[in-house]
Design a binder for this molecule. Sequence first.
Ligand SMILES: Cc1cc2nc3c(=O)[nH]c(=O)nc-3n(C[C@H](O)[C@H](O)[C@H](O)COP(=O)(O)OP(=O)(O)OC[C@H]3O[C@@H](n4cnc5c(N)ncnc54)[C@H](O)[C@@H]3O)c2cc1C
Length: 442
Amino acid sequence: MAKFVLIGSGLAGGLLAAYLGRRGYEVALYERRADPREGNMVGGRSINLALSTRGIHALEQIGIADEVLKHAIPMRGRMIHPAGAEARTIFAPYDVDPNKHINSIGRAALNTTVIEAAQRYPNVHVKFNHKCTGVDIDSPTAQLLNTSTSQPLSASADRIIGVDGAFSAVRQSMQLKIGNFEYDESYLAHGYKELTIPPGPNGGWRMEKEALHIWPRKSFMMIALPNPDGSFTCTLFWEFEGPRSFATTKTDDDVRRFFEEEFPDAVPLMPNLVDDFKNNPTGSLVTIRCAPWFYKDKVALVGDAAHAVVPFYGQGMNAAFEDCVVLDECLAGFPEDRQRAFAEYFQRRKANADALADLALENFIEMRDKTASRTFRAKKKLDHFLEAALPGIYMPLYTMVTFTRIPYATAAHRARIQDALVYAGLIVAMILLVALAIRLLR
Ligand SMILES: Cc1cc2nc3c(=O)[nH]c(=O)nc-3n(C[C@H](O)[C@H](O)[C@H](O)COP(=O)(O)OP(=O)(O)OC[C@H]3O[C@@H](n4cnc5c(N)ncnc54)[C@H](O)[C@@H]3O)c2cc1C
């Protein structure tokens, strides 16, 4: 059987290793970090994530969805915290069907589960503390550094898959070697910082547990996702620079003042606010688009390595998991022609990854600005009304992206048509109403 070397045992790396292991391939998975089971997961990435239909489907295929969902907390809608000390929270369900929800899941627990799923196959070998420093994409051979012993080593294989995240070393090697490799990275002017709302005195949740909390503040926002231990992980998305920004918020008083002005209901729940703010890293938010995602029948990219997106649709991991399903299908579809399998995988995923990148950027504006507006909430209600009235015909964009496996590009296209029809319908209805009113007045 062919040998695969995988670089990166993050969320997609572990899952892909399980898929390849199941097909009987020899798999060697190299991860630069220590084993997450040793409890020292570092990196400043989100502590919890929203897992939805696409991701769950990918986990189901390998038989670990129930195991993962055991630790998940359902989030049935958005809990909006409007500005102002006296403002009351507003709950907006994600779907007309109250059973449809997204799931808050811990990154470390999920990472461990997918790695353990891969390790159930005796043909999968995971090596932690091995950093890839480059790839000879022709042989193909990965150059590695054992970070425990500082020993360099190399790993040859029939194919190498880069599952090494947004700043992929495998992708960089492809960029150097492939003449017409397309590459684009763009950063938001906003960064993010994680903060904590600890559990209440009896270990309970100090806000509504089954919701994704949002404090929309037009140009910035804070969100909070529940954790199984009764805490919430909050993420502040805020400008790096500017008169009010990460850059200008330096002293303890600056931090307190900003939070008391903007998130007064959250402050009493955040006893470690100032320390968290000072000690936790400020992450950047990048969108990466590149092409192609493969080189001959030798190298391919999966997950963030191929298409990092900003986190505002809660789909980066879900899309990375969907990549694993599609790559597995393509490898099974063309067992004798791996280049065709990689090409097919790229062809099926690229337009969808690009569509998701755009949707994720648009959703930042929706979350930080529009969720606070009455017009937006009215549009959501209309969406839900039409979804209930026209089942299977009308589906809101959020529903298609989050609760179905309709390809992202198809969902975006379908939503544009639906919106155009709804707006046209509303204009016609308005004209008819005005005409009727004029007639009655006469
Ligand atoms: C703040 C934030 C919130 C998010 N929230 C959500 C959400 O709610 N829902 C969702 O679906 N997605 C979310 N995402 C996106 C999600 O985190 C990513 O899409 C997902 O982690 C991608 O998985 P991956 O395996 O491709 O990459 P990663 O999870 O980044 O894994 C890459 C792995 O490769 C390893 N690695 C890197 N370089 C090397 C090297 N040179 N040698 C060896 N190993 C290497 C890394 O250590 C890591 O373990 C969020 C992202 C952020 C930043």
